[in-house]
Structure formats: C-alpha cells, structure tokens
Design a protein around this ligand. Structure first.
Ligand code: FAD
Length: 392
C-alpha cells in the first residue's frame, strides 16, 4: 500500500507541506488534520486591527486542498501514540500513519503573566491568533475615547513573528492619528532590541511624531502582572492604566507537541534541521512556529518553506534516499502605514545542527517614499503568493 503521511495543523506550514507531499508523489496518502474549516491568517491582520482591511480577506477554506486529493480531517488531534504510529481523536477514532508532520503553530502561555489567563484575554486581547481576537481589539480601538492610552505588552523572545508587535504599534498609531489624534501608544517590551528597530524608529519619527513611546527591558518595560478588571498593567518600574490593553503573552509550541513528547523543557520542539525530524520522537517531523529553527524567525514564510523542505525530506526517506540539504528563503514585510512598508529577506541553511542565516537583506533605513510604496505593494503580492501556495 502507498505510504500514509499525516499532517497535524492546516496553517501555513501544514497546508504547504501536505500539498507539496501530494505534488512530489501523487501516490502518497496524505491526510491533513485541522479542526477549523476556515483558516484565518495572521499576516496582514494588523491592518484589520487598524480598520484598513476586513477579516474576510484573511480567511481561507480547505476546498482546494481537498481537491488535490488530500484527505482533510476536520477534527483536532487529541493524542499521539508514537509506538503504534496512530493519532487519536476526541470521539475515540484513530488514524494510523507511517510518517507524521506536526505543524500546530503556537499555544499562548496563559500561566506566564500573573493575572493574564484566557478569561482576561477577552478584556485584554492578545490578537496573536487571528480571528475573534483580532476583531475584538479593533472594536476596542473603535470604542475608545480620543485621548486614550493604548498599551501593547510584548514578551521576550522567542515569539511568533518578532517584528509584528511594532508593525501593530505603527498601524494603531495610524488609526489614532486619523481618528483620535490626542491618543497615544505605549509599547511595554521585555526586550531591549528588536527586529528592524532602526526602520521602525525612523518611520515613527516621520509618520507619528510623539505618538508612540516604547519602554524596553532595561528601562523596566517587562510586564510582571495585569489586572483585567481595571485594565492595569504592572511592570518592573511602573503601573499603567490602559484604555485599550493588547497583552501578547509568552508562547510555546501548540499543545499537541507537548502531548506527543516532541517539545522539550523550553516548550518548543528540537529538530534535525536537514529533515525536520523530531530529536525526541521517531517518525515525527515538526515544522513552523512549533520547531526550534535557530536563526529563522517564526513566520509564515518560514513555516511554508519548512513545509516544502520537510515534504521533500519525507519523500527521500520513504524512498530510502539520503536527504538533501535545504535552502530556505524567507521574506518578512512590515507595513507601518498605507503605502509604506519595509522588509527583511533571508536565506537560511543548516549549519552545525542548527539553522543559520547565510544572507540577510533589510530595506535601507534611508529610502524614498517610492521605495516604501513599492514594498507595500510587494507585501500584498507576497501574501497572495503564500496563501495560494498553502490553500490554492
Ligand atoms: P499556524 O499558521 O498558526 O497554523 C497552525 C494550525 O494548526 C492552526 O490552523 C491550528 O488550528 C492547527 N492546530 C493546532 N493544534 C492542532 C491539533 N491538535 N490538531 C489539529 N490541528 C491543530 N508571518 C510572516 O511571514 N509575515 C507576516 O507579515 C506576518 N505577520 C504576522 C502578524 C501577526 C499579528 C502575527 C501574530 C503573526 C504574523 N506572522 C507573519 C507569523 C505567522 O502568522 C506564523 O508564523 C505562521 O502562521 C506559522 O505557521 P504555522 O503553520 O507554524 O502555524
């Protein structure tokens, strides 16, 4: 019988992997396990928060994935028996596999910031998984009085999409500048430095002077507790009361990673960078935000590239061939205002058992508005390409 490859998680990594598996070997039986019938994409969701884009532009179904001959199982995986090579579901059904790919994305650590649990996230949205939370944050901004303080709490690394908190601060400032100009954005950050910092700082000076303040780790920016009842945010050095509080908690690999035994003490999954094979459990590969991929930022670009490279590695392994060394391309666009974006592009390859960046190019700090405009257009093209890749 044809080998059976199951993929858990139909996001950027899992969907791209499942489709690549079928493309590379149409005889394979490929199953994609994903409880949601509609996927809501995070890239460009900061535009939704700022009222520049509708949530439905972020949503994709699995119809085309199924049309490729992939069996789409609309349920969450609840257990994994690595010995028996079987996935368990809530209804007691089981699904067997020869190889399993885990692409469950992230779990928010609701135990990491005292006062911030799932119930608190209804008052203080994280909006770090797109969907209801994205809309909630947008509605809170719409309901806020002019002059209000919007606080964005940013966790320490590693996190999903490292530059996205600052893109969010920028686009919220854009909304406030046009609708509620007496309001301010305060970024409380558990890091001192961040990705593309110079470009963000320049854009803030140029577009939003005096509107965005950032307090980094050394100045006491780390959030130590919150109180959802009063919208209070406490840091090492001060207390703040937000009109709107966007609390992004620390993260770890999606829960099924922990259940399967593929996550280590950090909460993330160590892998062999050449094949994405788990270092802890045989016949399981881990891709996307959930895996530990060295210098590659956790992004949709990375998840998609890893999904395709992992598919190729599985095909080789099933054929008894040695793996090829992957070369992953990543691009990350940050849009800070309509028609104003910059990017970071990288090529990543395994080196000393980990991914290292071999070439990274960032947009120049000094560039004309034409260049920024072009990058804003490229960001939209990038989104189109990556979503067509994953969802057809
Ligand atoms: P996901 O895309 O999150 O997919 C995981 C899937 O697994 C989900 O559909 C989930 O339902 C499913 N799942 C989880 N557990 C189970 C289970 N037990 N059984 C079955 N299914 C399960 N990246 C970029 O490249 N560019 C950007 O501009 C960008 N902007 C961003 C902006 C924001 C605000 C945020 C929050 C993120 C952004 N990202 C961006 C990052 C990007 O969204 C993630 O890195 C990417 O989605 C990771 O892909 P993934 O496949 O690992 O996880």
């Amino acid at each position: 019988a044809a080998p059976r490859v199951a993929v858990i998680g139909g996001g950027f990594g899992g969907a791209a992997c499942a489709r690549a598996l079928r493309r590379l070997d149409p005889r394979l039986q490929v199953m994609l396990i994903e409880p949601n019938t509609t996927f809501t994409a995070c890239p460009l969701s900061n535009e939704v928060i700022a009222g520049l884009r509708e949530l439905r532009a972020q949503q994709f179904t699995y119809d085309k994935v199924a049309a490729d001959g992939i069996v789409v199982v609309a349920q969450a995986a609840k257990s994994i028996d690595a010995q028996a090579r079987a996935i368990g579901f809530a209804d007691g059904e089981k699904l067997s596999y020869d190889r399993l790919v885990l692409a469950p994305g992230i779990e928010l650590r609701f135990d990491a910031v005292p006062g911030y649990d799932e119930a608190a996230s209804v008052q203080m949205p994280h909006a770090w998984k797109a969907g209801e939370q994205t809309v909630l944050l947008r509605r809170q901004l719409e309901a806020m009085d002019d002059g209000g303080l919007v606080v964005i709490a940013v966790p320490a690394a590693p996190l999903r999409c490292p530059p996205a908190p600052y893109e969010r601060a920028s686009l919220i400032a854009h909304y406030l500048k046009t609708r509620k100009p007496r309001s301010k954005v305060l970024v409380l950050d558990a890091k001192d430095n961040y990705s593309q910092q110079k470009l963000f700082e320049k854009a803030w000076e140029e577009l939003y002077p005096g509107m965005i303040e950032r307090i980094g780790l050394s100045q006491g920016g780390r959030v130590t507790s919150v109180d959802a009842a009063t919208n209070a945010i406490v840091t090492d050095f001060g207390n703040y009361t937000a009109a709107v509080a966007n609390v992004i908690p620390p993260q770890k690999a999606g829960h099924i990673a922990e259940i399967s035994g593929t996550a280590d003490h950090t909460g993330w999954c160590p892998i062999d960078p050449v094949t994405f094979a788990s270092k802890l459990v045989p016949n399981i590969h881990v891709i996307g935000d959930a895996c530990i991929a060295g210098g590659i930022p956790k992004s949709a670009s990375a998840a998609s590239a890893q999904g395709k490279a992992c598919a190729a590695a599985i095909i080789n392994a099933l054929a008894g061939k040695p793996p090829e060394t992957p070369r992953l391309d990543g691009a990350c666009y940050n849009t800070v205002a309509p028609g104003y974006a910059f990017s970071l592009k990288g090529i990543y390859q395994p080196k000393a058992d980990q991914y290292a960046e071999s070439e990274v190019t960032t947009s120049p700090v000094a560039a004309s508005r034409d260049v920024r405009q072009r990058e804003a257009e490229q960001a939209l093209d990038w989104f189109k390409t990556i979503t067509v890749d994953a969802f057809g």
